[in-house]
Design a protein around this ligand. Structure first.
Ligand code: ADP
Ligand code: SF4
Length: 690
């Protein structure tokens, strides 16, 4: 059977209440750090998804009222009619590409801090905020509940007026009021909204009925519902109340969008859940309890799994947030038999990280994500070359691979030289560490593309010096030689008080471990002043191999950056379970052959930790020797990119490679002047709200 026929089930239209989706690909709501602050950027990003074949394109949680103010995070906003034009940008753009637009109406209860509005925070019962901020939410009285229902109804009407085809009632991720009312630990009311399941469900039922009543003739009403809290008997379970709720509301929504919560369980990284479709065990009962279409997620990137989920009656729609971010053209590639071109999500949650800090979305695999409007980048289209013919890219890590691939797509004759025996650079090395196997997709996708192209030559085992480069006679040279971890203990927290390093100390770096070297017998300290994933992963590897590991960090949490990728709790739990001795709030003071001296980051008080070796994870040094040697030589282009230009995330290296290829042959002054388009605040005095 041809692939197209095998997957034809995925391209059947599906009716959702009064509207019809042209196929089964459904981009569920996902945050993106653009929202009401950058509405043109959001509209353009969503339009690319529609163009790539997603039949339904949703926005993200949309604040319906000033009492649900998610500032400083940049979500969508629909407080009143003045917010309609910004949302209209998205619905017009999505309709223009033939897809349906969905809006996720949200009231976030105690998950909103109301930092901008300074409004009181609302919840089913008196309780603290969902943030470590000294403010409490108050139990909603009957007037609050009536008001909330009216706000939701008004927002639904405005959603319809903004052109949305599907309007969500949202009870998920432990982040919204309807779900807070459902959960017994958040709802200790004694009135008709508390106590029995029927009472706790009352508010959700009212919202669904009232949304239907308000806009149901034109818009489908979707219900996003977390069927399981993943807390076993300590929380709502799919087999118990989750199931009962689906049964009680079965035919009320026009669409069931089901998942597990909280967000860290819904958007699991591959490090902690390598299996695609990992939510199926929890959500698969839903379809048997309703005749309405069901959508579910679980980092679905395999067309085989998608088709089988539909054929087996697990879902009607293939839901995706991250797979649609990594490849907005995933549906079209399946439809056109171009499955090997799919840019598979690697499950790293760098997209989540950006939202978590209120920055525009980015993606490790898809460097055009978030750049659709401001830079005009399209994931599948790149301008053809102008005058130049040849380019040499040195270093086949993520920056070099992406740069070479995009240059080749532009039509240049590309030579890619790599010192190592295999291309991939840090991606090759890091993907061999525990849990990071899926990250190899970053190199696999690019190598697969490069190997198809007649205008590309890849040389491995080719460490080039300056004279080799000049001898090749290629006038345009991109240097992507990367970086290596330093071994002297210098980093963020030791700049002022530089560590005293005894020459007899056994020091290893992440590069040594990735190259296969293991510490000698005896206790090993993993010292982390980097705070991302590497030190935690190395500690895990060493502990699993039987080494007694002491993890020292100046931060108060292990791998603190991973809180932004929703992993920190899991990282620390895993290390504790492996018996790693964790010492937070201490920085490196001295190291010799028998001990590490560490200093408390608060008091400066020192203590000794006995160890026979240390793995120092502090900073990286840029590999610029080749670039330096080529400066001033007779070359048309000489550009340093990726980690060699500034060590950062793999996502940043890919982005740098992409940028260099896009900018090649653009006038230097234009590149310097036109960073990107900005959404500048309109200073016209505001017209009062009618
Ligand atoms: P980035 O993240 O910027 O892509 P990496 O460290 O992943 O950087 O990759 C850099 C690659 O460059 C490594 O695979 C390394 O072997 C290669 N490299 C470094 N110096 C040279 C050189 N002089 N010639 C060819 N390849 C080089
Ligand atoms: Fe997937 Fe990572 Fe891209 Fe997010 S950033 S979509 S997790 S590859």
């Amino acid at each position: 059977m041809s692939e197209t026929r095998q997957y034809s089930v995925l391209f059947e239209p599906v009716r959702i209440g009064p509207v019809t989706a042209r196929n089964r690909f459904f981009q569920v709501p996902h945050c993106n750090g653009m929202g009401h602050i950058r509405p043109q950027a959001e509209a353009a990003m969503r339009a690319v998804k529609a163009e790539g074949g997603w039949a339904v394109v949703s926005n993200q949680e949309t604040e319906i009222h000033p009492t649900s103010d998610l500032s400083p995070f940049a979500e969508n906003r629909l407080w009143d009619a003045r917010d309609i034009p910004a949302l209209r940008l998205m619905t017009d753009a999505v309709h223009d590409k033939g897809s349906l637009a969905a809006i996720e109406l949200a009231h976030n209860g105690n998950h909103a801090q109301n930092l901008m509005t300074r409004a009181p925070v609302l919840a089913p019962s008196d309780m603290s905020l969902d943030y470590p901020y000294p403010k409490q939410a108050r139990a909603m009285d009957k007037t609050d509940i009536r008001n909330f229902r009216r706000w939701h109804r008004d927002a639904a009407i405005r959603s319809r007026d903004a052109g949305f085809d599907i309007v969500y009632v949202y009870a998920g991720h432990n982040m919204t009021l309807p779900q807070h009312f459902l959960l017994p630990h958040m709802n200790d009311r004694t009135d008709e909204y508390g106590g029995s399941l029927e009472n706790r469900l009352r508010l959700t039922r009212e919202l669904l009925e009232e949304t239907h009543d308000a806009v149901g003739a034109t818009c489908a009403v979707a219900f996003r519902f977390a069927v399981d809290e993943m807390l076993g008997t300590d929380g709502m379970q799919a087999a118990e109340e989750g199931r009962a709720i689906v049964e009680m509301l079965a035919e009320l929504p026009d669409l069931w969008d089901v998942n597990v919560c909280d967000w860290s369980n819904d958007s699991l990284t591959t490090r902690f859940q390598p299996q695609d479709g990992y939510q199926n065990d929890y959500i698969s009962f839903v379809k048997s309890m309703t005749t309405k279409p069901v959508v579910a997620v679980g980092r679905l990137t395999s067309p085989d799994m998608m088709a089988s989920m539909v054929k087996k009656g697990v879902v009607d729609f293939i839901g995706a947030a991250r797979p649609s971010i990594a490849d907005p053209f995933l549906p079209q590639k399946i439809e056109q038999d171009r499955i090997d071109e799919i840019r598979e999500c690697i499950g790293c949650n760098i997209c989540v990280m950006a939202d978590s800090v209120g920055a525009p979305i980015r993606c490790t695999q898809n460097p055009t994500m978030g750049e659709e409007w401001r830079r005009g980048w399209h994931p599948e289209i790149i301008a053809p070359k102008e005058r130049e013919e040849d380019a040499l890219v040195i270093g086949a890590g993520p920056a070099g691979l992406e740069c070479a691939m995009q240059l080749a797509r532009r039509g240049y004759q590309v030579t890619l030289a790599e010192a190592g025996s295999e291309p991939g650079g840090r991606v090759l090395r890091e993907s061999a560490l525990p849990g990071l196997g899926a990250w190899a997709r970053v190199k696999d996708h690019r190598l697969h593309d490069l190997r198809q192209r007649a205008n590309v030559q890849i040389y491995t085992d080719s460490r080039l010096g300056a004279e080799d480069v000049l001898e090749l006679g290629i006038p345009n040279v991109f240097i992507a030689t990367g970086s290596h971890w330093r071994a002297d203990g210098i980093g963020r927290n030791t700049l002022r008080n530089r560590p005293v390093m005894d020459a007899a100390a056994t020091v290893l770096t992440p590069d040594d471990i990735m190259a296969g070297q293991m510490p000698p017998d005896g206790p090993v300290v993993v010292y982390d002043d980097d705070h991302a994933y590497i030190a935690g992963v190395i500690a895990e590897k060493l502990a699993a191999a039987g080494h007694p590991v002491i993890f020292v960090t100046p931060e108060s949490l292990v791998s603190s950056f991973t809180a932004l990728t929703l992993e920190q709790h899991r990282v620390q739990t895993r290390l504790l379970e492996l018996g790693v001795d964790i010492r937070c709030n201490h920085s490196l003071a001295a190291l010799d052959s028998a001990r590490m001296q560490v200093a408390c980051t608060f008091t400066g008080r020192t203590q000794d930790i006995a160890c026979s070796s240390a793995v120092l994870v502090t900073e990286r040094l840029r590999e610029t020797a080749l670039f330096d040697a080529l400066q001033g030589r007779d070359l048309t282009t000489l550009e340093l990119i990726g980690d060699a230009a500034g060590p950062a995330l793999i996502a940043d290296a890919v982005y740098a490679g992409h940028m260099a290829a896009r900018n090649f042959e653009r006038a230097a002054d234009a590149v310097d002047r036109d960073w990107f388009r900005r959404e500048i605040i309109d200073l016209t005095p505001e017209i009062p709200h009618a």
